[in-house]
Design a protein around this ligand. Structure first.
Ligand code: RH4
Length: 130
């Protein structure tokens, strides 16, 4: 109904706020667009679910997420994929590994800072009803 549509609109605004905060942070520039699978031909053999910040924004606009938890599952792919594909703590991978951990902490800190647990519970309850 109307109030469910209002809640989903508020959720999309919340998720865009989180994503845009991360998108604007220069540390996370590598995570703003999909990994170029032409430049990195083995990427899709290693990473089965690529994700990036611009794809999150597209998904939000397509109403893919109806709870914060569904969004977090995709957002966590971004830094998890970077740790999986760039495993070596000795080489150049070290810089992207630090950025992946920084992305994880920034993502969850922004959510904790702004998310009303009652709002997420209402979104989860709506998901059960659907
Ligand atoms: C999320 O970005 C990545 O996982 C790519 C993978 C990659 C490897 C070679 C080219 O690109 C990356 C980019 C910059 N520094 C390290 C790795």
């Amino acid at each position: 109904e109307e109030q469910e549509e209002d809640m989903q609109r508020e959720l999309r605004c919340f998720l865009r706020h989180i994503t845009e905060r991360l998108y604007l942070d220069r540390r996370f520039k590598t995570f703003t667009k999909p990994v170029d699978t032409v430049q990195v031909p083995d990427y899709l053999q290693v990473i089965k679910q690529p994700m990036d910040l611009s794809s999150l924004l597209t998904n939000i606009d397509k109403h893919k997420y109806i709870t914060v938890n569904e969004f977090v599952r995709d957002a966590d792919l971004i830094w998890n994929n970077a740790l999986t594909y760039n495993p070596d703590s000795a080489t150049l991978d070290r810089k992207i590994r630090h950025r992946a951990h920084a992305l994880k902490d920034a993502l969850h800190a922004i959510i904790r800072e702004h998310l009303d647990p009652e709002f997420e519970k209402a979104c989860e309850a709506m998901k059960e009803r659907r």
